[in-house]
Design a protein around this ligand. Structure first.
Ligand SMILES: Cc1ncc(C[n+]2csc(CCOP(=O)(O)OP(=O)(O)O)c2C)c(N)n1
Ligand SMILES: CC(=O)[C@@H](O)[C@H](O)COP(=O)(O)O
Ligand SMILES: [Mg+2]
Length: 647
C-alpha cells in the first residue's frame, strides 16, 4: 500500500512503514496520523503481552524525529536501558513481532542485534548508553568515518554515575555526538535528586533558543540590519542565557545544550536534532516528554505511568492478572514489622521503591527511606556510611543490578565488616526481560566476599525468619535473595540440623539433595519420584548458603551421592562451594551440582527457561536416578565430581 492510500485509510498508514526511509518522506500531517496509529498499536499489542508501554508511549514523536533526521543503521541510534525502543522496532520492520513481545522465540523487549542491524545495546541495565556513545564516536573519529552517534538517555538513567563519567569524557573528546535527554521527570516514580531538579529547572524555563527566536522575529522587522543587529541579538542571547543559567552546567562541561524542546512536537525535535547533527561537537538535546503520553490510564497512573505492567485491559489500563502474594510483599511486610522494633533499621532503594517493596516502609517511615536514584554503587557505599553512623541499612535491589556494585560490597562494606543487608529481589531466572535481567550471578559473584553471609529463603516463613536473622548480624554484610513472582507455599522442615532444614528423609541414605531457596519444593518432588525407584533421598534446605554450613558437609558424609540444585550459575555456586568444602574436609562422596550454565539465556517465561535448562522435578529426578543406579554399577571418582554435562 502507498503512503497516500495509507493516509486515506486511518489505521493503515503504519502498514506502509517497512523501514525508516518510509517516514522520512511523510508530511507533518501524515506524521501526526502515524504517531496516533503507533500509539494505538502499542496499546493494542502491549496490553496483550505486557511490557514497557508507558516509556514507549512517551517516545513516539522523539523516535520518529530521530529516524527522519539520522540514517540508521549507518548513523547509530543508542537507547539507554533499551526498554523504550519499541517505537524504534516498529519503524525498523518489526511490527509483526509484537504479538510475541518478550515471549520465548519472540521479539525481545530490548534492542537485539540478532533481530536487526538497527540495534546495538542489548544490556537492559541503565546509564550505559553515553559510555557506548563516547567509545563509538571516538572510533568513528579515529577511523575517519562520518557517521552520527545518537544516544537517548532518560532523566532516570541520568542519575546513574556512569552517565557523568561518560559526559566528562565526551566533553573532553569533543567528538560529534548527539545526546537526547528524554526528560519525562520520572524513573518509575518521579526522578529524585539534584540532577532531576536541575533538569526541571530547565524544563520550567523557556528554552532560550525559543525566546531568542521570538526576539529575532521582533527585531527582524525593524529598519536596521547588519552588525548592530547581530550585536543586539548576541547581547540579548547572553542576557537570556544568563537568565536561564541552569543549562550552563552542561555548556560549562563543554557540551552544547539545545532545548528544552517539546518532545512530542516532531518538527521541533527534528529542528533541534538537525542543529545538533550539524554542530560538529557533543550536543545535548533536552526533550521534554510525558511518560504514557496520549493514553490516559498511563498518564494518570500515579505509581509508575504503566512503566512495565503485565497484560492489561486496553480500555482501562487495569492489570488482567490479579497479583498474588509475591515474595516482594512478604519482604515488605516483614521489613516494616522489623522497623517497628528496630529504629536503627533504614531502607535504601535505587529508584525502584514500589517494585522492591521499600515503598511500604517509606509509607510508614518516610524519614527512614532513601531513594538514591539509579545508583546501585552509591547505594552500597552510602549504606556503608549509614552503618558507620550506627544504623542498619537494608538495600533492596533486583539481584542483577547489584552486579555493578561488587567492588563497593567487597571493599566499602565487607572489608569494614559493616552491618548492611542487601535484599535481592528477582534473583535467578526471571524470564521476559531476558539475559541482562537474569539474577543468576549473585551467589557466585558475592560468594567470594569474605565475611558476607548469603541466605536463600524457600518460602514466606523462611523469608521472614532469615530477614530477621540478617538484620541481627552486626559484624558484616548479609544478602537475602529470592525469585520473581508468587511466593512458594510454606514448606515446613521435619527437623533442623544446625542451621540446615531437613525437608524430607527416608530410611535409606542414598542421596543428599541440597535444594537451594525456591527450589526446595522441587527437591521434595524429586525425592518422591526417586523413591519410586527404591532409593532414599534426604532433602535439605541450607537456608544460609554462604558460608557453607559445616552441618551440610557432615550430612554429605552420611550419604552415597550429593546432588545440589540452585537457581543460579553453577560456576562458583552453592554446589561448587559445597564440593570444595567436602574436599577440604576429605569427605569423599561424589557431588553433582545442578544449576544454570553461565551463559546468555534467551527471554521467555521463567518456567520455560527452567525447563530448557532441565531444572524441573522430572528432569532432576531422572538424572538423580541415573546417577545413583550408576553407583550401584560402578563408583564415580569423587575427585571428578562427576559433573553433569549441561548446555
Ligand atoms: C542499573 C539499573 N537499575 C535499575 C533498573 C530498573 N529500571 C528500568 S527502567 C528504570 C527507570 C528509567 O527511567 P528513565 O531513564 O527516566 O527512563 P523512562 O522509563 O522514564 O523512559 C529503572 C530504574 C535498570 N534497568 N538498571
Ligand atoms: C527495564 C527494567 O529494568 C525494569 O522495568 C524491569 O523490566 C522490571 O522488571 P519486573 O517486571 O520484574 O519488575
Ligand atoms: Mg524518565
Amino acid at each position: 500500500m502507498s503512503v497516500e492510500e495509507g493516509t486515506a485509510n486511518h489505521g493503515r498508514l503504519l502498514g506502509t512503514v517497512r523501514g525508516p526511509q518510509d517516514v522520512k518522506r511523510m508530511t507533518a500531517e501524515q506524521l501526526d496520523i502515524l504517531a496516533a496509529e503507533i500509539r494505538d498499536f502499542l496499546i493494542a499489542k502491549v496490553s496483550r503481552t505486557g511490557g514497557h508501554v508507558g516509556p514507549n508511549l512517551g517516545v513516539v514523536e522523539l523516535t520518529l524525529a530521530m529516524h527522519r533526521v539520522f540514517d540508521s543503521p549507518r548513523d547509530r541510534l543508542l537507547f539507554d536501558t533499551g526498554h523504550q525502543a519499541y517505537v524504534h522496532k516498529i519503524l525498523t520492520g518489526r511490527q509483526e513481532g509484537f504479538d510475541k513481545l518478550r515471549q520465548r522465540g519472540g521479539l525481545s523487549g530490548y534492542p537485539s542485534q540478532a533481530e536487526s542491524e538497527h540495534d546495538l545495546i542489548e544490556n537492559s541495565h541503565a546509564s550505559t548508553a553515553l559510555s557506548y556513545a563516547d567509545g563509538l564516536a571516538k572510533a568513528y573519529a579515529l577511523r575517519g568515518e562520518k557517521r552520527s552517534v545518537v544516544a537517548v538517555v532518560g532523566d532516570g538513567a541520568l542519575t546513574g554515575g556512569m552517565c557523568w563519567e561518560a559526559l566528562n569524557n565526551i566533553a573532553t573528546a569533543g567528538n560529534p555526538l548527539v545526546i537526547v535527554v528524554n526528560d519525562n521527570g520520572r524513573s518509575y516514580s518521579p526522578t529524585i535528586g539534584g540532577l532531576a531538579d536541575h533538569l526541571s529547572s530547565l524544563r520550567l524555563n523557556p528554552g532560550y533558543e525559543k525566546v531568542l527566536d521570538t526576539v529575532k522575529d521582533a527585531l527582524g522587522n525593524t529598519p536596521f540590519v547588519g552588525k548592530p543587529m547581530y550585536e543586539v541579538l548576541h547581547a540579548v542571547k547572553k542576557g537570556i542565557k544568563d537568565a536561564v543559567a541552569p543549562q550552563a552546567m552542561f555548556e560549562d562541561l563543554g557540551i552544547k545544550y539545545v532545548g528544552p524542546v517539546d518532545g512530542h512536537d516532531v518538527p521541533a525535535v527534528e529542528a533541534a536534532l538537525r542543529a545538533a547533527k550539524n554542530f560538529g561537537g557533543p550536543v545535548i538535546v533536552h526533550a521534554v516528554t510525558r511518560k504514557g503520553y496520549g493514553y490516559r490510564p498511563a498518564e494518570d497512573d500515579e505509581a509508575d505511568c504503566l512503566h512495565g505492567p503485565g497484560a492489561f485491559d486496553a480500555e482501562t489500563g487495569k492489570l488482567l492478572a490479579v497479583p498474588s502474594v509475591k515474595w516482594t510483599n512478604v519482604f515488605a511486610d516483614e521489613l516494616v514489622a522489623i522497623a517497628d522494633e528496630r529504629p536503627d533499621v533504614v531502607g535504601i532503594t535505587a529508584a525502584m521503591a514500589e517494585p522492591t517493596g521499600i515503598a511500604t516502609l517509606a509509607r510508614k517511615y518516610p524519614e527512614r527511606v532513601y531513594d538514591v536514584g539509579i545508583a546501585e554503587q552509591h547505594a552500597a557505599t552510602s549504606a556503608a556510611g549509614l552503618a558507620m553512623g550506627g544504623l542498619h541499612p537494608v538495600v533492596a535491589v533486583y539481584a542483577t543490578f547489584l552486579n555493578r556494585a561488587f567492588d563497593q560490597v567487597l571493599l566499602d562494606v565487607a572489608m569494614h565488616k559493616l552491618p548492611v543487608t542487601f535484599v535481592l529481589d528477582r534473583a535467578g531466572i526471571t524470564g521476559p526481560d531476558g539475559p541482562s535481567h537474569y539474577g543468576i550471578w549473585d551467589m557466585s559473584v558475592f560468594g567470594v566476599v569474605p565475611g558476607l553471609r548469603i541466605a536463600a529463603p524457600r518460602d514466606s516463613a523462611t523469608l521472614r525468619e532469615e530477614l530477621r536473622e540478617a538484620v541481627a548480624v552486626d559484624d558484616g554484610p548479609t544478602i537475602l535473595r529470592f525469585p520473581t513472582g508468587t511466593v512458594a507455599a510454606d514448606l515446613p522442615a521435619v527437623r533442623r540440623v544446625g542451621p540446615v532444614d531437613v525437608l524430607a528423609e527416608s530410611a535409606r541414605t542414598d542421596v543428599l539433595l541440597v535444594a537451594v531457596g525456591s527450589f526446595a519444593g522441587l527437591g521434595v518432588e524429586v525425592a518422591a519420584r526417586v523413591a519410586e525407584q527404591g532409593y532414599g533421598v534426604t532433602v535439605v534446605d541450607p537456608r544460609w548458603v554462604r558460608p557453607v554450613p559445616a552441618e551440610l558437609v557432615e550430612l554429605a558424609s552420611a550419604h552415597r551421592l550429593v546432588v545440589t540444585v540452585e537457581d543460579g550459575v553453577r560456576i562458583g555456586g552453592v554446589g561448587s562451594a559445597l564440593a570444595q568444602a567436602m574436599r577440604d574436609a576429605d569427605v569423599r562422596v561424589p557431588v553433582k551440582d545442578l544449576g544454570v550454565a553461565a551463559d546468555w539465556h534467551p527471554h521467555g517465561s521463567r518456567a520455560q527457561i527452567l525447563a530448557d535448562l532441565r531444572l524441573t522435578a522430572q528432569d532432576v529426578a531422572r538424572d538423580v536416578t541415573g546417577w545413583i543406579s550408576g553407583l550401584d554399577a560402578a563408583p564415580v571418582d569423587p575427585a571428578t565430581n562427576g559433573a553433569r554435562a549441561q548446555s
